[in-house]
Design a protein around this ligand. Structure first.
Ligand SMILES: Nc1nc2c(ncn2[C@@H]2O[C@H](COP(=O)(O)OP(=O)(O)OP(=O)(O)O)[C@@H](O)[C@H]2O)c(=O)[nH]1
Ligand SMILES: [Mg+2]
Length: 320
Protein backbone atom coordinates (compact mmCIF):
# COMPACT_ATOMS: atom_id res chain seq x y z
CA UNK A 1 0.00 0.00 0.00
CA UNK A 2 1.34 3.43 -0.98
CA UNK A 3 2.11 6.19 1.48
CA UNK A 4 -0.90 8.33 0.58
CA UNK A 5 -3.25 5.35 0.70
CA UNK A 6 -1.99 4.62 4.17
CA UNK A 7 -2.59 8.17 5.31
CA UNK A 8 -6.06 8.31 3.81
CA UNK A 9 -6.95 5.14 5.68
CA UNK A 10 -5.93 6.81 8.92
CA UNK A 11 -8.36 9.64 8.25
CA UNK A 12 -11.81 8.25 7.90
CA UNK A 13 -15.21 9.78 7.27
CA UNK A 14 -16.26 12.79 9.25
CA UNK A 15 -12.95 13.05 11.04
CA UNK A 16 -11.11 13.67 7.78
CA UNK A 17 -12.84 17.00 7.17
CA UNK A 18 -12.48 18.07 10.78
CA UNK A 19 -8.82 17.18 10.94
CA UNK A 20 -7.83 18.75 7.66
CA UNK A 21 -9.79 21.95 8.27
CA UNK A 22 -7.85 22.29 11.52
CA UNK A 23 -4.67 22.46 9.46
CA UNK A 24 -6.04 24.63 6.66
CA UNK A 25 -4.03 27.74 7.57
CA UNK A 26 -0.73 25.92 7.93
CA UNK A 27 -1.40 24.07 4.69
CA UNK A 28 -1.96 27.41 2.99
CA UNK A 29 1.31 28.72 4.44
CA UNK A 30 3.41 25.70 3.46
CA UNK A 31 1.79 23.31 0.96
CA UNK A 32 -0.15 25.73 -1.20
CA UNK A 33 2.61 28.28 -1.24
CA UNK A 34 5.19 25.71 -2.33
CA UNK A 35 2.82 24.48 -4.99
CA UNK A 36 2.80 27.93 -6.56
CA UNK A 37 6.59 28.25 -6.30
CA UNK A 38 7.18 24.87 -7.92
CA UNK A 39 4.72 25.17 -10.79
CA UNK A 40 6.30 25.53 -14.25
CA UNK A 41 10.05 25.98 -14.62
CA UNK A 42 11.78 25.47 -11.32
CA UNK A 43 14.82 27.60 -10.66
CA UNK A 44 16.65 25.71 -7.94
CA UNK A 45 18.19 28.74 -6.22
CA UNK A 46 14.90 30.61 -6.15
CA UNK A 47 13.16 27.52 -4.86
CA UNK A 48 15.65 27.09 -2.02
CA UNK A 49 15.34 30.77 -1.06
CA UNK A 50 11.56 30.60 -1.13
CA UNK A 51 11.57 27.37 0.86
CA UNK A 52 13.56 29.04 3.63
CA UNK A 53 11.12 31.96 3.77
CA UNK A 54 8.15 29.60 3.74
CA UNK A 55 9.52 27.54 6.62
CA UNK A 56 10.38 30.62 8.65
CA UNK A 57 6.89 32.05 8.16
CA UNK A 58 5.38 28.73 9.24
CA UNK A 59 7.41 29.12 12.43
CA UNK A 60 9.95 26.37 12.14
CA UNK A 61 12.51 28.78 13.54
CA UNK A 62 15.83 29.66 11.95
CA UNK A 63 17.92 26.72 13.18
CA UNK A 64 15.42 24.02 12.25
CA UNK A 65 14.50 25.69 8.95
CA UNK A 66 18.17 25.92 7.97
CA UNK A 67 18.69 22.25 8.78
CA UNK A 68 15.75 21.29 6.59
CA UNK A 69 16.76 23.55 3.73
CA UNK A 70 20.30 22.12 3.77
CA UNK A 71 18.96 18.58 3.60
CA UNK A 72 16.47 19.45 0.85
CA UNK A 73 19.24 21.09 -1.17
CA UNK A 74 21.41 17.99 -0.82
CA UNK A 75 18.59 15.80 -2.10
CA UNK A 76 17.54 18.18 -4.85
CA UNK A 77 21.10 18.16 -6.20
CA UNK A 78 20.77 14.45 -6.89
CA UNK A 79 18.09 15.14 -9.49
CA UNK A 80 19.03 16.06 -13.06
CA UNK A 81 15.50 17.12 -13.88
CA UNK A 82 13.36 18.25 -11.01
CA UNK A 83 9.58 18.32 -10.93
CA UNK A 84 7.00 19.40 -8.41
CA UNK A 85 6.20 15.85 -7.33
CA UNK A 86 9.86 15.15 -6.54
CA UNK A 87 10.12 18.34 -4.51
CA UNK A 88 7.13 17.48 -2.36
CA UNK A 89 8.44 13.98 -1.82
CA UNK A 90 11.88 15.28 -0.84
CA UNK A 91 10.45 17.88 1.52
CA UNK A 92 8.17 15.33 3.12
CA UNK A 93 11.07 12.97 3.76
CA UNK A 94 13.37 15.71 5.07
CA UNK A 95 10.73 17.03 7.51
CA UNK A 96 10.20 13.49 8.73
CA UNK A 97 13.92 12.95 9.16
CA UNK A 98 14.42 16.18 11.13
CA UNK A 99 11.46 15.45 13.42
CA UNK A 100 12.91 12.02 14.12
CA UNK A 101 10.96 9.02 15.31
CA UNK A 102 7.34 9.65 16.26
CA UNK A 103 7.79 7.96 19.62
CA UNK A 104 5.49 8.78 22.48
CA UNK A 105 4.20 6.53 25.12
CA UNK A 106 1.64 7.51 27.70
CA UNK A 107 2.93 6.06 30.95
CA UNK A 108 0.25 4.14 32.82
CA UNK A 109 0.55 3.18 36.46
CA UNK A 110 -0.08 -0.57 36.72
CA UNK A 111 -0.72 -0.43 40.48
CA UNK A 112 -3.08 2.49 40.94
CA UNK A 113 -4.10 5.84 39.53
CA UNK A 114 -2.11 7.28 36.64
CA UNK A 115 -1.32 10.93 37.36
CA UNK A 116 -1.07 13.50 34.57
CA UNK A 117 0.24 16.97 35.39
CA UNK A 118 -0.50 19.79 32.95
CA UNK A 119 1.78 22.83 33.04
CA UNK A 120 2.20 25.93 30.93
CA UNK A 121 2.00 29.70 30.67
CA UNK A 122 -1.21 31.71 31.13
CA UNK A 123 -3.90 31.08 28.59
CA UNK A 124 -2.08 28.31 26.74
CA UNK A 125 -5.10 26.00 27.01
CA UNK A 126 -4.35 23.91 30.13
CA UNK A 127 -7.85 23.84 31.59
CA UNK A 128 -9.64 23.09 28.35
CA UNK A 129 -7.02 20.48 27.50
CA UNK A 130 -7.57 18.86 30.92
CA UNK A 131 -11.24 18.57 29.95
CA UNK A 132 -10.46 17.21 26.48
CA UNK A 133 -8.11 14.63 27.99
CA UNK A 134 -10.77 13.65 30.52
CA UNK A 135 -13.15 13.05 27.63
CA UNK A 136 -10.47 11.11 25.71
CA UNK A 137 -9.72 8.74 28.59
CA UNK A 138 -13.37 8.41 29.57
CA UNK A 139 -14.13 7.27 26.02
CA UNK A 140 -11.46 4.61 26.51
CA UNK A 141 -13.51 3.28 29.40
CA UNK A 142 -11.29 4.71 32.14
CA UNK A 143 -12.56 6.22 35.36
CA UNK A 144 -11.32 9.80 35.27
CA UNK A 145 -10.98 12.48 37.93
CA UNK A 146 -9.95 16.11 37.44
CA UNK A 147 -8.00 18.11 40.01
CA UNK A 148 -8.48 21.87 40.11
CA UNK A 149 -4.88 22.75 40.92
CA UNK A 150 -5.23 26.36 39.77
CA UNK A 151 -6.05 28.07 43.04
CA UNK A 152 -4.56 31.35 41.85
CA UNK A 153 -6.76 32.75 39.09
CA UNK A 154 -10.24 33.85 40.11
CA UNK A 155 -12.81 31.65 38.40
CA UNK A 156 -10.37 28.88 37.51
CA UNK A 157 -11.95 26.33 39.86
CA UNK A 158 -15.46 27.05 38.55
CA UNK A 159 -14.21 26.76 34.98
CA UNK A 160 -12.94 23.21 35.56
CA UNK A 161 -15.96 22.33 37.69
CA UNK A 162 -18.22 23.25 34.78
CA UNK A 163 -16.27 20.93 32.51
CA UNK A 164 -16.44 18.11 35.07
CA UNK A 165 -20.23 18.43 35.19
CA UNK A 166 -20.50 18.55 31.41
CA UNK A 167 -18.28 15.50 31.01
CA UNK A 168 -19.78 13.72 33.98
CA UNK A 169 -16.39 13.01 35.58
CA UNK A 170 -15.31 13.42 39.18
CA UNK A 171 -13.39 16.45 40.41
CA UNK A 172 -11.32 17.35 43.46
CA UNK A 173 -11.08 21.04 44.17
CA UNK A 174 -9.73 23.25 46.88
CA UNK A 175 -10.52 26.86 47.57
CA UNK A 176 -9.00 29.93 45.98
CA UNK A 177 -5.50 30.86 47.20
CA UNK A 178 -4.91 27.52 48.89
CA UNK A 179 -1.50 25.93 48.29
CA UNK A 180 -1.97 24.03 44.99
CA UNK A 181 0.25 21.21 46.26
CA UNK A 182 -2.22 20.42 49.02
CA UNK A 183 -5.06 20.23 46.49
CA UNK A 184 -2.99 17.80 44.45
CA UNK A 185 -2.41 15.68 47.56
CA UNK A 186 -6.19 15.62 48.15
CA UNK A 187 -6.61 14.58 44.53
CA UNK A 188 -4.14 11.69 44.87
CA UNK A 189 -5.80 10.45 48.08
CA UNK A 190 -9.25 10.66 46.51
CA UNK A 191 -7.99 8.76 43.47
CA UNK A 192 -6.54 5.97 45.59
CA UNK A 193 -9.70 5.65 47.68
CA UNK A 194 -12.07 5.68 44.71
CA UNK A 195 -10.29 3.45 42.20
CA UNK A 196 -9.66 6.28 39.79
CA UNK A 197 -7.72 5.21 36.69
CA UNK A 198 -6.63 8.61 35.42
CA UNK A 199 -6.09 11.70 37.56
CA UNK A 200 -5.67 14.86 35.49
CA UNK A 201 -4.21 17.82 37.37
CA UNK A 202 -4.81 21.33 36.03
CA UNK A 203 -2.38 23.98 37.29
CA UNK A 204 -2.20 27.77 37.25
CA UNK A 205 -0.58 29.56 34.34
CA UNK A 206 3.00 30.58 35.10
CA UNK A 207 5.76 32.39 33.29
CA UNK A 208 8.71 30.22 32.44
CA UNK A 209 11.20 32.77 33.80
CA UNK A 210 9.64 33.23 37.26
CA UNK A 211 11.80 31.11 39.54
CA UNK A 212 9.32 31.03 42.43
CA UNK A 213 6.55 29.73 40.18
CA UNK A 214 8.83 27.10 38.72
CA UNK A 215 9.80 26.02 42.24
CA UNK A 216 6.10 25.68 43.03
CA UNK A 217 5.86 23.15 40.19
CA UNK A 218 8.80 21.20 41.57
CA UNK A 219 7.01 21.07 44.94
CA UNK A 220 3.83 19.79 43.29
CA UNK A 221 5.77 17.00 41.64
CA UNK A 222 7.42 16.07 44.91
CA UNK A 223 4.21 15.86 46.90
CA UNK A 224 2.37 13.72 44.35
CA UNK A 225 5.34 11.35 44.14
CA UNK A 226 5.01 10.80 47.90
CA UNK A 227 1.33 9.90 47.51
CA UNK A 228 1.46 7.63 44.46
CA UNK A 229 4.47 5.64 43.24
CA UNK A 230 6.04 7.15 40.14
CA UNK A 231 3.63 10.13 40.05
CA UNK A 232 3.30 12.29 38.09
CA UNK A 233 3.58 9.58 35.46
CA UNK A 234 3.17 12.11 32.70
CA UNK A 235 4.11 15.81 32.84
CA UNK A 236 2.88 17.55 29.74
CA UNK A 237 3.58 21.11 28.70
CA UNK A 238 0.53 22.75 27.16
CA UNK A 239 1.85 25.09 24.49
CA UNK A 240 -0.18 27.48 22.33
CA UNK A 241 0.88 26.85 18.72
CA UNK A 242 0.46 30.58 18.02
CA UNK A 243 3.20 31.63 20.43
CA UNK A 244 5.83 30.99 17.80
CA UNK A 245 9.44 31.21 18.82
CA UNK A 246 8.58 32.23 22.39
CA UNK A 247 7.06 28.75 22.65
CA UNK A 248 10.52 27.30 22.25
CA UNK A 249 11.84 29.30 25.19
CA UNK A 250 8.82 28.14 27.21
CA UNK A 251 9.56 24.56 26.30
CA UNK A 252 13.23 24.77 27.18
CA UNK A 253 12.69 26.42 30.58
CA UNK A 254 9.73 24.26 31.61
CA UNK A 255 11.76 21.21 30.62
CA UNK A 256 14.65 22.34 32.81
CA UNK A 257 12.35 22.93 35.77
CA UNK A 258 10.03 19.94 35.56
CA UNK A 259 11.49 17.32 33.26
CA UNK A 260 8.67 17.22 30.73
CA UNK A 261 7.58 13.93 29.26
CA UNK A 262 5.60 15.43 26.41
CA UNK A 263 4.06 18.46 24.78
CA UNK A 264 0.48 19.22 23.86
CA UNK A 265 0.18 21.83 21.13
CA UNK A 266 -3.10 23.71 21.33
CA UNK A 267 -5.03 26.01 19.01
CA UNK A 268 -3.60 24.41 15.88
CA UNK A 269 -6.87 25.34 14.16
CA UNK A 270 -6.32 29.06 14.33
CA UNK A 271 -2.71 29.19 13.30
CA UNK A 272 -0.69 29.25 10.10
CA UNK A 273 2.35 28.53 12.22
CA UNK A 274 1.84 24.79 12.61
CA UNK A 275 5.47 24.22 11.65
CA UNK A 276 6.24 24.81 15.34
CA UNK A 277 5.68 21.06 15.86
CA UNK A 278 8.92 20.26 14.04
CA UNK A 279 10.87 23.02 15.77
CA UNK A 280 9.67 21.99 19.22
CA UNK A 281 10.76 18.40 18.73
CA UNK A 282 14.02 19.32 17.02
CA UNK A 283 15.16 21.88 19.59
CA UNK A 284 13.60 20.73 22.87
CA UNK A 285 13.79 17.04 22.14
CA UNK A 286 10.43 16.37 23.80
CA UNK A 287 7.83 14.65 21.61
CA UNK A 288 4.44 16.09 20.77
CA UNK A 289 1.78 13.79 22.27
CA UNK A 290 -1.45 15.54 21.39
CA UNK A 291 -2.70 18.47 19.39
CA UNK A 292 -5.94 20.37 19.86
CA UNK A 293 -7.97 21.69 16.96
CA UNK A 294 -10.81 23.64 18.55
CA UNK A 295 -12.75 24.45 21.68
CA UNK A 296 -15.05 21.45 22.08
CA UNK A 297 -14.32 18.37 24.16
CA UNK A 298 -13.79 16.31 20.98
CA UNK A 299 -11.10 18.57 19.55
CA UNK A 300 -8.11 16.62 20.84
CA UNK A 301 -6.10 14.26 18.66
CA UNK A 302 -3.18 11.99 19.41
CA UNK A 303 -0.33 13.43 17.36
CA UNK A 304 0.61 11.38 14.32
CA UNK A 305 3.65 12.51 12.34
CA UNK A 306 2.58 11.11 8.97
CA UNK A 307 -0.90 12.57 9.24
CA UNK A 308 0.53 15.89 10.33
CA UNK A 309 2.98 16.09 7.44
CA UNK A 310 0.29 15.10 5.00
CA UNK A 311 -2.03 17.76 6.39
CA UNK A 312 0.46 20.59 6.13
CA UNK A 313 2.07 19.97 2.75
CA UNK A 314 -0.05 17.83 0.46
CA UNK A 315 -2.59 19.24 -1.96
CA UNK A 316 -5.84 18.83 -0.10
CA UNK A 317 -8.10 20.60 -2.58
CA UNK A 318 -9.91 17.45 -3.67
CA UNK A 319 -9.69 15.67 -0.36
CA UNK A 320 -12.25 17.35 1.83
N1 LIG B 1 -9.66 27.73 18.79
C1 LIG B 1 -9.14 27.09 19.83
N2 LIG B 1 -9.25 27.63 21.05
C2 LIG B 1 -8.73 26.95 22.10
C3 LIG B 1 -8.09 25.70 21.93
N3 LIG B 1 -7.66 25.28 23.16
C4 LIG B 1 -8.01 26.24 24.04
N4 LIG B 1 -8.66 27.26 23.41
C5 LIG B 1 -9.23 28.48 24.02
O1 LIG B 1 -8.17 29.23 24.62
C6 LIG B 1 -8.66 29.93 25.76
C7 LIG B 1 -7.79 29.64 26.98
O2 LIG B 1 -7.95 28.29 27.32
P1 LIG B 1 -7.80 27.75 28.81
O3 LIG B 1 -7.97 26.28 28.75
O4 LIG B 1 -8.66 28.50 29.75
O5 LIG B 1 -6.27 28.14 29.06
P2 LIG B 1 -5.43 28.00 30.40
O6 LIG B 1 -4.04 27.64 30.02
O7 LIG B 1 -6.12 27.10 31.36
O8 LIG B 1 -5.47 29.51 30.93
P3 LIG B 1 -5.05 30.03 32.41
O9 LIG B 1 -5.69 29.12 33.38
O10 LIG B 1 -5.57 31.42 32.48
O11 LIG B 1 -3.56 29.98 32.46
C8 LIG B 1 -10.11 29.47 25.94
O12 LIG B 1 -10.97 30.43 25.39
C9 LIG B 1 -10.16 28.16 25.16
O13 LIG B 1 -11.44 27.84 24.71
C10 LIG B 1 -8.00 25.15 20.60
O14 LIG B 1 -7.45 24.08 20.34
N5 LIG B 1 -8.54 25.89 19.60
MG1 LIG C 1 -6.62 27.36 33.33
Amino acid sequence: MGFLENIKNKLTGKDQKRYLSGFANTNKAIGQRLKVITTGNIDRDTFIEELMITLLEADLGYKTAQKIVDRVQEEVNKYYVLNQKDIFKILHECLKEIYGKDEKEIVYNEDGPTVILLVGVNGSGKTSTAAKLANYFKNMGKRVCLVAGDTFRAGAIEQLDKWAKQLDVEIVKGVENRDPSSVLVDGCRYAKEHDIDILICDTAGRLQNKISLMNELAKMKKVVSREIDGAPHNTWLVLDANTGQNGLSQGLLFNEATDLSGIILTKMDGTSKGGIVIAVKDLIGVPVYFITLGETKEDLRLFDLDLYLYSIIEDLSDES
